[in-house]
Ligand binder design. Structure first.
Ligand code: COA
Length: 344
């Protein structure tokens, strides 16, 4: 039987600080009713002083390694999905690798909110070819640094978080079964940070015009998201000889409850087939799907032998989906008490 990449470890980290809709109403002209009815979000986590992209990723990774029974020295490859690095150089993956005490190669995939599914698929290729045995796939986002807390249409949506999984080879049918990766760069300016890159480098005018913050055309992104979510779920299940109906659980990108409800209606699926935790965390970008996956496992919403569909959309504009059969090692509950000490 062919080799597939099985999820054998999982972990998450969210900052302690909770920013509620009521808190935001003190900062911009908004209110809990508007945010709840348009998005389903009630609160989100925002980094405290001790949190950096690296520290959040390390905390999630240590739990994931602990569940898999590995140490940092066992990791063959780290793939980090991230668009909010500690520094523009080096990539976040190198700093995370060092802080974990790992000695393996490490790379960052920057595909916005689709990034973790891109990273999962990237990591799984190295397992399938036999190149690597233990791959750590992290989704981490300290996205609050790029939020304009004077722009009520964007700052209410996002939050900070990290989550990680360990991938290992499986020949019993568990693992990543199918995937789809997509990009439509022609739609890039619907969700972007216009300043701070090489075209429009950091300058006083970039800062004065607030171009170093995320800008979004919400309605265009909404249309793109609903279309891609439904099409991608049909495509990835079709490749596996299934339909979206056959999935035990769907773990969608946690951007907006209305987008998920729309997809459920279009696919004629009950809403409870979708795992939803966006009311607690908002949109955590590349951390969104792994954070939902970890909580779905912890809460017993996805069990050994079951099939999950994961589907994301985001800046790019991009989208990505994967069908994953859970292996025998999937079990409810968090990481063991004694997570493996990861520092070298
Ligand atoms: N509180 C109160 N009013 C707000 C508001 C807020 N936080 N944000 C926007 N509004 C106002 C607008 O100014 C507008 O007022 P106007 O009619 O007086 O001009 C009104 O609400 C409607 O704005 P609109 O943009 O049409 O709202 P919407 O129904 O499209 O909802 C989003 C806005 C952002 C919630 C929605 O477009 C969305 O979720 N899009 C997808 C975003 C997304 O998922 N991005 C991440 C992708 S990875």
């Amino acid at each position: 039987m062919s080799v597939r990449a099985e999820i054998t470890g999982w972990g998450k980290y969210v900052p302690e600080k909770i920013l509620t809709n009521h808190d935001l109403a003190q900062m911009v002209d908004t209110n809990d009713e508007w945010i709840t009815s348009r998005t389903g979000i009630k609160e989100r986590r925002i980094r405290t002083e001790k949190d950096t992209t690296t520290t959040m990723a390390v905390a999630a990774s240590q739990d994931a390694l602990g569940v898999a029974g590995l140490t940092a020295h066992d990791i063959d490859l780290i793939v980090v999905a991230n668009s909010s690095p500690d520094y523009l150089l080096p990539a976040s993956a190198n700093l995370i690798q060092h802080a974990l005490g790992a000695t393996c190669p490490a790379l960052t995939v920057a595909a916005g909110c689709s990034g973790w599914v891109y990273a999962l698929v990237t990591g799984s290729q190295f397992i399938q070819t036999g190149a690597y045995k233990n791959v750590l796939v992290i989704g981490v986002e300290l996205i609050s640094y790029a939020l304009d807390y004077t722009d009520r249409s964007t700052c209410i949506l996002f939050g900070d978080a990290a989550a990680a999984v360990v991938l290992q080879p499986n020949t019993d049918g568990a693992g990543v079964l199918t995937f789809e990766l997509g990009s439509d760069g022609g739609l890039a300016q619907n969700l972007w940070v216009p300043g701070g890159g090489t075209v429009n480098p950091v300058s006083q005018s970039v800062v004065d015009n607030r171009e170093h913050y995320i800008r979004m055309n919400g309605q265009e992104v909404f249309k793109f998201a609903t279309r891609r979510l439904t099409d991608c779920l049909k495509n990835i299940t079709g490749q596996a000889g299934m339909t979206p109906e056959s999935l035990d659980v769907i773990i969608p990108h946690q951007a907006n409850l209305r987008i998920i409800e729309y997809a459920a209606r279009s696919l004629e699926l009950p809403l409870d087939r979708f795992f939803i935790n966006l009311h607690k965390y908002g949109n955590t970008s590349a951390a969104s799907i792994p954070l939902a996956l970890v909580e779905a496992i912890e809460e017993g919403r996805v069990k050994a032998g079951q099939i999950a569909g994961m589907v994301a959309f985001g800046s790019g504009l991009s989208w990505a989906g994967a069908v994953v059969r859970m292996g025998e090692r999937i079990h409810a509950g968090g990481a063991p008490e004694l997570a493996v000490p990861a520092m070298a």
